[in-house]
Write a protein that binds this ligand. Structure first.
Ligand code: COA
Length: 390
């Protein structure tokens, strides 16, 4: 049975900060951020957006009434969940009016969460071919002002509808994966900011890629020249390139050029949004699919997922005929075009304006947030969500 991505959508908040200006404010050469790290713009989430609303806004743009009837499983991958008990999936299920006869859960393994969700969805659909599964990868990457990781922050969500006979991409069966208990990046339950050993995490990312790649070749008999492109989890856009470069000498110069060119295209959206943790790999896939207009049906796309801590996986998809007709290019172009730049001072103010953690109530002004779905406040320890389209 062919199972894969039937629809794919994306959402990022309406505000961003320019990395050149952030570099100047931090006394760093702008080229370190724009070339060394590879980021141009960083999404800035207002207090009225959290991982739930980002995901709901991403899914809102792609689901029709029939999808909402057929979805029987909502799997929400995140590492910026809002509750230790109740899953973010349940909130999205309600905000999008998905039929009640569905399962809704949250899964976590750092930036690998959405990949775990996709693999779970594949198994579910293999047993229930009529089912559609809504997979969400949504996060706010927060390292803190003036920290080493600050230039790799961001916010956004990717929503994917996984089904049998998908319209965009069939996910192939063989994949290779690896788990190793390491402390390269983590966020203790008492902290709203991540802790990271940046250099170690870079090394581990590359090492995980090399290990799953070697195993993939053994398992499938395929080589690098069988790939049109490889999309990577992108904490920042230079990261995947470092991993790709370690295997490029396995192929001819022509293939090297193809993979490098396609890598660059696959990083365009991420370069303008920043790190969105578990959605990052799928934002990169979206960037490739939407911006490389001559990508042929039948092309094999590699997907390297990495979630610190750590789990890595390499898997692949084959593009379906006429896949472009089923993308939401116009919606995403409009989303990018309608964003507003904020100054570094405004960004710092927004960053520090967080929901109360002492149990007090708060009412938020959602009129200034153009998103359809927003956090409108907290009452009696319960976050309040509004879908303005209702
Ligand atoms: N012009 C061009 N490039 C420059 C530059 C300049 N003026 N100044 C520095 N650079 C380059 C460096 O050479 C380096 O490139 P390289 O990695 O290819 O060697 C890059 O910019 C980063 O510089 P570095 O000194 O290593 O930065 P840093 O110590 O501030 O750390 C991270 C960078 C990414 C490790 C840090 O931002 C971080 O911890 N991020 C979060 C963790 C993360 O994303 N992990 C990834 C795995 S999930």
């Amino acid at each position: 049975m062919n199972i894969g991505i039937d629809k794919i959508g994306f959402y990022t908040p309406h505000l961003f900060v320019d990395m050149n200006k952030l570099a100047v404010a931090r006394n760093v050469e702008p080229e370190k951020f724009t070339i060394g790290i590879g980021q141009e713009k960083m999404a800035v989430p207002p207090i009225t957006q959290d991982s739930v609303t980002l995901a709901a806004n991403a899914a809102l743009g792609i689901l029709d009434d029939q999808d909402k009837e057929q979805i029987d499983f909502v799997i929400f991958g995140t590492e910026s969940g809002i509750d230790h008990s109740k899953s973010a999936g349940v909130y999205v299920h309600e905000l999008l009016d998905i039929n009640p006869y569905a399962r809704s859960i949250e899964v976590k393994q750092a930036c690998y969460g959405a990949t775990a969700a996709i693999q779970m969805a594949k198994g579910h659909i293999a047993l229930n071919p009529e089912s559609k599964v809504l997979v969400l990868g949504s996060d706010i990457a927060r390292y803190g002002l003036n920290t080493g990781g600050e230039s790799t922050q961001g916010a956004g969500a990717v929503a994917m509808l996984i089904s049998a006979n998908p319209k965009v991409m069939v996910l192939e069966e063989k994949s290779t994966y690896l788990t190793k208990d390491i402390m390269d990046f983590w966020r203790p339950v008492y902290s709203d900011k991540a802790f990271v050993d940046g250099r170690f995490s870079n090394e581990q990312y590359i090492s995980f890629f090399q290990q799953v790649w070697e195993r993939y070749k053994e398992k499938t008999g395929l080589g690098l020249d069988d790939f049109e492109a490889i999309c990577y989890h992108l904490p920042y856009t230079k990261m995947g390139l470092k991993a790709l470069r370690t295997v490029l000498d396995e192929v001819t110069e022509d293939v090297q050029e193809r993979l490098t060119t396609n890598y660059k295209i696959s990083t365009t959206y991420n370069r303008n949004v920043g790190n969105i943790y578990t959605g990052s790999l799928y934002l990169s896939l979206l960037s490739l699919l939407e911006l490389k207009e001559d990508l042929q049906a039948g092309s094999r796309i590699g997907l390297f997922s990495y979630g610190s801590g750590a789990v890595g996986e390499l898997f692949t998809g084959i593009l379906k005929p006429n896949y472009r007709e089923h993308l939401f290019v116009e919606t995403h172009t409009k989303l990018f075009d309608s964003r507003r730049e904020v100054s570094v001072e405004e960004y710092e103010e927004i960053f520090q304006n967080t929901l109360p953690t002492d149990g007090s109530n708060i009412e938020l002004d959602i009129e200034n947030d153009p998103a359809h779905i927003c956090v409108s406040g907290v009452i009696e320890h319960m976050r309040q969500y509004v879908n303005k389209l209702r």
